[in-house]
Write a protein that binds this ligand. Structure first.
Ligand code: ZN
Length: 354
């Protein structure tokens, strides 16, 4: 790869941006951030295999690089998601609502901007977008001014304190980098206070068509995210985390995304779990089932709840003090659970391995 020369860097610097492209819409970038946040958050069970988060010894995760990565990626991406969504909503009210101006901007220039004239590159340096807390206050102000007209912003009024707290956590990460919640408080905050807000926002008419971020598993096409909001016992909570994590690793998902990349319409491209994929999935599954069966003839394979492929099997390489089968894994999508998860009630169709 060509090394960036000093003169090239200076060139970039004077133009302020290197070669690149603008993504079609900030809205999609917001949901890409949401997906990144969930991908990080779902790693908690796999990394720590915690049954009871309250009884976990802090030495297990304090100063732990893996925990720090999960925590920071989750907080920063969720903050980014809400920031872009709220600004998108404000811009639907008026494109200028999200901007603030430096004192150097004069009244005639402001008028030009308000009248939709193109911003010159000189002026560009004196225009900023408003910060997260102010944009949150704006949508709440609108709701308070006319709760009927602006009823869709009710969710932000009700979630004001937790979103401000998310901002505090993000700032502590971003500017100081050292303050990290305990696993118990972190998971409780995300699950009980942030997920319900995401659920409401993602169902708004403007965003409901976007579903590429959803951790959908093949078992009854369950959306793991919606299930997680309600869960109070650690058993199902942990299982759902692992189902969600593996759902993003399912290569059927990336195959489908690649197939959809040929489609010029970005809405269809990103709406991967829509209709019209059933036959593609059936063909794909049949091919995979045959391939796995041909090289694992003697194994007792059952259907994986995540990818739907018959590739779920006991992991013989894992030894447990308790003896017997203590871990099962899917040979296809990476889903794996240990016997600290109770399978008595046939959860998500998983056979009772223990
Ligand atoms: Zn699988």
């Amino acid at each position: 790869m060509e090394k960036l020369s000093r003169s090239r860097i200076n060139e970039y610097n004077s133009a302020r941006l290197g070669e690149g492209f603008g993504f079609e819409s900030d809205v999609y970038v917001a949901f890409i951030s949401l997906k990144s946040a969930l991908e990080s958050f779902f790693n908690i069970y796999r990394l720590f295999r915690i049954y009871d988060y309250e009884k976990l010894d802090p030495s297990e995760y304090e100063n732990n690089i893996d925990y720090y990565s999960v925590y920071s990626d989750t907080i920063i991406h969720l903050h980014h998601f809400f920031e872009l969504i709220i600004k998108d909503l404000l811009q639907q009210e008026h494109p200028m609502l999200v901007f603030r101006f430096d004192r150097a901007v004069t009244a005639p220039q402001l008028l030009d901007i308000f009248n939709g004239k193109k911003v010159t590159s000189d002026l560009d340096e004196d225009i900023f977008t408003i910060e997260f807390v102010r944009s949150l206050r704006y949508v709440v102000d609108l709701y308070r001014s006319d709760s009927e007209k602006y009823c869709k912003y009710k969710v932000f009024k009700e979630a004001q304190s937790q979103l401000k707290y998310l901002n505090v956590l993000r700032n502590n990460m971003w500017h100081q980098g050292s303050y990290v919640l305990t696993i118990k408080d972190f998971t409780e905050f995300i699950q009980s206070y942030i997920f319900p807000v995401i659920s409401v926002v993602s169902k708004m008419e403007r965003y409901s068509v976007i579903d590429f971020w959803k951790p959908v598993i093949s078992y009854k096409r369950v959306n793991v995210f919606e299930c997680l909001i309600e869960k109070e016992n650690y058993n199902e909570f942990n299982l759902l985390l692992e189902l969600g994590r593996a759902s993003y690793q399912n290569s059927f998902r990336s195959n489908l995304l690649n197939r959809c990349n040929q489609n010029e319409n970005i809405k269809n491209k990103l709406k991967i779990f829509s209709t019209d994929v059933k036959q593609f999935y059936e063909d794909y599954k049949a091919g995979r089932d045959a391939k796995i069966l041909s090289r694992a003839k003697n194994l007792n394979l059952t259907e994986c709840p995540v990818c739907g492929i018959k590739a779920l099997m006991p992991d013989s390489s894992f030894s447990s003090d308790r003896g017997g089968c203590s871990k099962v894994k899917c040979d296809f999508c990476s889903f794996e659970i240990y016997d600290d998860i109770c399978l008595e009630s046939n959860l998500f169709g998983i056979e009772r391995f223990w």
